[in-house]
Design a protein around this ligand. Structure first.
Ligand SMILES: NC(=O)c1ccc[n+]([C@@H]2O[C@H](COP(=O)([O-])OP(=O)(O)OC[C@H]3O[C@@H](n4cnc5c(N)ncnc54)[C@H](O)[C@@H]3O)[C@@H](O)[C@H]2O)c1
Length: 358
């Protein structure tokens, strides 16, 4: 069966990605072109100058180009929609697609949403309308991450006791990092989080605030604990992902986000052993595999690994960490606030980041 797909949010220039704009719509479109059984038929973007070159690149007819995504849904009725717009409008547009009654799957970019309330609403509406809602936490599909999980599941370091990561921040990059922790820990729910943040210089990425420095400790319901350091303090953990087991340690990207060694393992009583991988920590192929998983979910009716339920675990930890900084104390889950605590602290004047100089 061939499914039709559409992208909402083409992006400006795929050749020059930055925190201002990454044109993720193109990476999703490349995924739809790569995966069998899907045809990309439409694009919606409020900026026609972004939609037109995108349509030309992917041979989308003029009648598949829209400014208004709702008109696109009504006219084209795509089976699968990618939502690759800034995080502040993920919820509005994803919920709009879900409620349209037209689509079978909404594949949205990470982080889930601007606020914790929006994240829960998206998941609730997807459930209510029987739509597959997924988030592009694509690193799950990268070889070093997959192999680390295989080593863990094979008992090479005993039983998992703690997951750790270092990242630029808990939200923009940390969304991937917390999601990987869920992946390693068999998607267990989190129980509590304790964190503090420093936000002295504005860091707005894809339109959203990100702290400069955080220390985060958390625990899952299955007893596994977590530790993360971000930003200027990232090197304290100093590893993209560390899996500490009862009989050894696995490190994915020792050194952190830009690490060149993808994977190594140290069994108790032995030294570090590098594990050869053909892929590094960053590769567009991971995105294509994620899309393949979404298409397979539509085909089989089984949830994708990228499903909203899994993404909610990571997202609760993100907003929970910021809420812990606001409350100056541990936050026990379920997290009951609806807002984005970091953004609210900036708005209230509790945090006063200076404008960035560059
Ligand atoms: N998965 C990853 O590794 C990864 C990497 C980078 C960015 N991202 C995420 O991808 C998302 C998109 O970021 P980007 O940098 O690609 O954005 P971008 O700015 O490059 O592109 C967004 C596009 O959305 C369009 N748009 C805005 N409002 C719209 C609306 N109401 N209807 C239709 N189109 C609209 C804009 O005109 C623009 O063309 C963000 O959530 C970002 O965090 C993910």
């Amino acid at each position: 069966m061939t499914y039709t797909a559409a992208v909402i949010g083409a992006g400006p220039d795929p050749e020059n990605p930055s925190g201002e704009g990454y044109a993720m719509g193109y990476r999703h479109a490349d995924g739809y072109e790569t995966v069998e059984g899907v045809e990309l038929v439409a694009v919606a973007d409020i900026v026609p100058e972004n939609a037109r070159p995108f349509a030309a690149e992917y041979d989308i007819d003029d009648d598949g180009i829209f400014e208004d995504y709702e008109r696109m849904l009504d006219t084209v009725e795509p089976d699968i929609v990618s939502v690759t717009v800034p995080p502040s409008i993920h919820a509005d547009i994803s919920v709009g697609c879900i409620r349209s009654g037209v689509v079978e799957a909404v594949h949205c970019e990470k982080p889930m949403s601007r606020t914790w309330g929006e994240a829960r609403l998206m998941a609730q509406e997807a459930d209510r309308h029987g739509v597959h809602l997924t988030f592009n936490h694509q690193r799950r599909f990268g070889e070093p991450f997959r192999r680390a999980k295989d080593l863990l599941d094979a008992g090479e370091v005993g039983t998992l006791e703690r997951v750790e990561f270092s990242a630029h921040n808990v939200y923009d990059y940390g969304s991937h990092s917390f999601d990987l922790c869920s992946y390693y820990n068999d998607e267990a729910n989190a129980e509590w989080v304790l964190a503090n943040v420093d936000y002295r210089e504005e860091d707005v990425l894809f339109g959203a605030h990100n702290e400069n420095h955080a220390v985060v400790q958390w625990a899952y319901e299955n007893g596994v604990t977590g530790l993360a350091t971000t930003g200027v303090g990232a090197e304290t953990v100093g590893c993209h992902n560390r899996l500490i087991g009862s009989e050894g340690v696995i490190e994915v990207g020792p050194g952190g986000v830009g690490a060149s060694e993808p994977l190594r393992i140290r069994r108790d009583g032995e030294g570090w052993e590098s594990v050869a991988c053909e892929e590094g920590l960053h590769d567009d192929a991971f995105i294509y595999r994620g899309i393949e998983d979404v298409v397979s979910a539509v085909e089989t009716g089984e949830p994708s690994e990228l499903c909203a339920r899994n993404a909610l675990v990571a997202t609760e930890l993100i907003f929970g960490a910021w809420e812990s900084a606001r409350r100056r104390g541990r936050v026990d889950f379920p997290l009951t606030v609806d807002d984005n605590p970091l953004e609210s602290m900036v708005e209230s004047g509790d945090l006063t980041p200076e404008p960035r100089e560059d």
